[in-house]
Design a protein around this ligand. Sequence first.
Ligand code: HEC
Length: 126
Amino acid sequence: MKFWVTMFSITLVLAANLAMGQSGGDLVKQGQDIYEENCADCHRSNGEGLWVKFPALKGNALVTGDPKPVIATVLNGLKGSLGQMPAWKDTLDDQQIAALVTYIRQAWSNRAPAVTPAMVAATRRQ
Ligand code: HEC
């Protein structure tokens, strides 16, 4: 009896790990869907933007650097020499922005750590 209880617990732990591993992949997939829907018109699906109109996000130090400035840019938009980047704080929630920013930090050749909904919530309050 004890053996089966142990086996059952091990199975549960394995299943939970598997589920967590999958949710990591799902986050990037969800981020990609949000990107395609909201960002790709300007920044393109390949993240390379459009010359002198929309900056490339691929290989962009702001995107792969400290997470706060990139989260703030997505939340509040940005007005600069190229034009107006729209704000997303009223359209996308913390979870969606975390997935989206994680995607642009890890897509193409970008390699930066994931962003959590808690980090988005903290930046939103500032
Ligand atoms: C209507 C076109 C448009 C859309 C849609 C758009 N952006 Fe932008 N984005 C811009 C422009 C223009 C800039 C540059 C503003 C400037 O500096 O003049 C920019 C800048 C940025 C920057 C800062 C890049 C840098 O080097 O300063 C990031 C990050 C970014 N956008 C991410 C996103 C994400 C993520 C989305 C989707 C949620 C998105 N953008 C949707 C037009 C757009």
